[in-house]
Design a protein around this ligand. Structure first.
Ligand code: FES
Length: 632
């Protein structure tokens, strides 16, 4: 081994990989260089505390490790990878939480008339004679004009090249594939059934690819995966930072998504036994940063004031220009602004709000709380910097929606928690975070300002639930409520700081809702629905969102979860020219409100920090003994 070279053994689940590194290299860089999926929500800037790994050898403790890890973790060799400098041979155990993520693929499906931009027409042409010497293309165009009333017909050179052979292979019986008025394919025989399209939803965390028949509109298959860009940060800002901090950062993130989509499309065609060349249209939606990264457009200005993106309008693109290995036309759905992307416009479309007289709200909660108010005449949108608390980031024991994540909490029950997949608890995901705060208010473990109960200063309100206070402890000077222990016996708790994070997020969301409603001079009673989109909106307990004051209580009874509404909207855009035109038109005339520019935002925000108890504790039915915690 050369002088400054060392070996790093990376152990991941049951496999291991020995990698070469230089002394002085950063451990996270080595993990990334070796293409290992590893959760790094803050893109390695030391703020999230999630890139934990266990190192066998004794290593120095970096400042971020000191900040995020407790004494026993540090003693057992746990370090943050982004904070660890390699100085000798190392054996590193990684716990990979990325691949087990649950992905929401179902949304609200509406019934509508199928009328896709891509249509296949089986036509039987008259054969040429000495009296009829029209060339092949003219013969096709004349037929399309006369019988199908298609004017101004266009064609690409690569399709033109196929015509002479295709026409004569089956005696002038051909199938012509049109994208609006452009001929995009010519095949001999009747192939009208072999007409497929894709709707792709590129989320910051997950990707869903739907295969649909453009012949009858049916969904044939769906593949969903964790977005491989996750290795470069959990949220859009971390990914943009990666492109700024690394000279080839944009190239890497672009290559990551393009190659992941190439593989998924290849697989979905193969496993359904369809010819990949019969996929003619692919509609792509995503937040504005995801779309920039897909197209290799520098997203730098999205992250800094005045927050200007390269583009937001609808696009029809050539797959080759993007780097796709399949031939389908690429339709990019229009977005509104840097922080209201086409995933939200797709949600607006699928919610149905554009088809109603009455106004409705749409709320999509992720790192940002994107929201819209609209009806058949107009749409107004805004985005609040809600922070990633509901994605598990910035929460001490927060995790994404992975197996084992605590997703439901009910303090009245003997089993206080439920986990995803009923697996042993490993952390708290967004819906669990929401429940934690809601339940703590309900049972008087925090007061309306968010302060945790203190037995020295406060009287506990509900005698029959007083045992719950036993799980309120102080660890390393931080008050926290213990929810469970993980498989290694380590405590999973919700801290005072976590409560504050949730208060900030929910106050921002509440303020956004209030401003949108006020913008239209409406009352909450005037609204038809509040649609909740996205994974978190689908899994969260609506009562908890009302209890913590994130959603105004007046909207109780009008709240509808619409699942992966971005995917549903992409499918509608793929299958219906009418819906395609409708959303393009509404986006063109929509209004975007920059909340940071609104004076009243601050007032709503400050008021929104409070959390009044609206639900009483459940009737007591059993005694719980609490969890024993070792503090140090
Ligand atoms: S602290 Fe290391 S990736 Fe966030």
């Amino acid at each position: 081994m050369k002088e400054n070279k060392v070996n790093v053994k990376l152990i991941l689940n049951d496999s291991e990989k020995i990698c070469e590194a230089n002394i002085g290299d950063n451990l996270l860089d080595i993990i990334r260089k070796n293409n290992i999926d590893f959760d790094t929500p803050c893109n390695g800037n030391g703020s999230c505390g999630k890139c934990r790994c266990k190192i066998k050898e004794n290593t120095e403790i970096g400042a971020s490790s000191k900040k995020h890890l407790n004494k026993s973790e540090l003693i057992s060799g746990i370090r943050l990878a982004c904070d660890t400098e390699i100085k000798s041979d190392l054996t590193v155990e990684l716990s990979n939480k990325i691949k087990d993520m649950t992905v929401l693929i179902s949304g609200v499906e509406k019934e509508f008339k199928i009328n896709p931009s891509v249509q296949k027409h089986y036509i039987v042409l008259e054969k040429p004679t000495l009296d009829d010497q029209r060339d092949d293309l003219m013969r096709i165009k004349d037929f399309l004009k006369e019988y199908l009333k298609i004017e101004n017909i266009d064609i690409d050179l690569n399709v033109l090249r196929k015509i002479p052979k295709a026409l004569r292979e089956d005696n002038y019986n051909i199938t012509v594939t049109m994208f609006d008025n452009k001929i995009i394919d010519i095949e001999p025989k009747d192939t009208t059934n072999n007409n497929y399209g894709l709707a792709i939803d590129i989320g910051t965390t997950t990707i869903a690819v739907y295969l649909l028949s453009l012949y009858d509109g049916s969904q044939i298959d769906v593949i969903s995966e964790v977005n491989n860009q996750r290795n470069y940060g959990a949220d859009v800002i971390s990914r943009i930072n990666y492109t700024l901090e690394n000279p080839d950062g944009l190239k890497k993130l672009n290559a990551s998504i393009v190659s992941q989509l190439n593989n998924i499309v290849k697989n979905i065609a193969k496993r359904n036994n369809i010819n990949i060349d019969n996929i003619y249209d692919t509609v792509i939606v995503g937040n504005t940063t995801m779309i920039h990264l897909l197209l290799g457009i520098d997203p730098e200005n999205i992250a800094k004031a005045p927050y200007i993106s390269g583009f937001t309008e609808a696009m029809e693109l050539n797959p080759k220009d993007i780097g796709f290995s399949f031939k389908s036309n690429i339709s990019i759905m229009p977005g509104v602004s840097s922080y209201v992307g086409s995933d939200i416009t797709a949600g607006i479309l699928s919610s149905g709000m554009l088809e109603s007289e009455k106004y409705s709200l749409l709320l999509d909660l992720g790192t940002n709380g994107e929201m819209a108010i609209g009806n058949k005449d107009e749409v107004i949108t805004c985005s609040t910097a809600a922070g990633p608390a509901f994605e598990g980031a910035n929460i001490k024991h927060g995790v994404g929606g992975i197996l084992g994540a605590i997703s439901k909490i009910d303090l009245s029950k003997e089993e206080k928690i439920e986990t995803i997949g009923n697996q042993p608890p490993c952390g708290i995901c967004g819906s669990g975070v929401l429940d934690a705060v809601s339940e703590m208010i309900k049972y008087s473990l925090i007061d309306e300002t968010g302060r945790m109960f203190d037995e020295e200063d406060d009287d506990f309100e509900f005698e029959e639930y007083e045992y719950l206070t036993k799980d309120l402890v102080e660890i390393d000077g931080m008050k926290q409520y213990v929810l469970a222990k993980d498989s290694k016996g380590d405590v999973i708790s919700f801290t005072q700081k976590d409560v504050r994070e949730v208060q900030l997020a929910k106050a921002a969301i509440n303020a956004g809702i209030q401003i949108l409603v006020k913008e239209k001079d409406l009352d909450f009673n005037d609204l038809e629905y509040l649609y909740l989109g996205g994974g978190f909106g689908n899994y969260m307990n609506v009562q908890s969102s009302l209890q913590i004051g994130m959603i105004p209580l007046e909207l109780d009874g009008k709240i509808k979860s619409i699942g992966n509404c971005a995917g549903s909207g992409a499918k509608m855009y793929l299958l219906s020219k009418e819906y395609r035109n409708l959303i393009i038109d509404k986006v063109n005339t929509s209004k975007y409100i920059e909340l940071s520019n609104r004076k009243e935002f601050q007032d709503y925000f400050v008021n929104g920090m409070m959390m009044e108890r609206i639900y009483e504790p459940a009737q007591k039915y059993t005694q719980n003994q609490g969890i024993t915690v070792d503090t140090f």
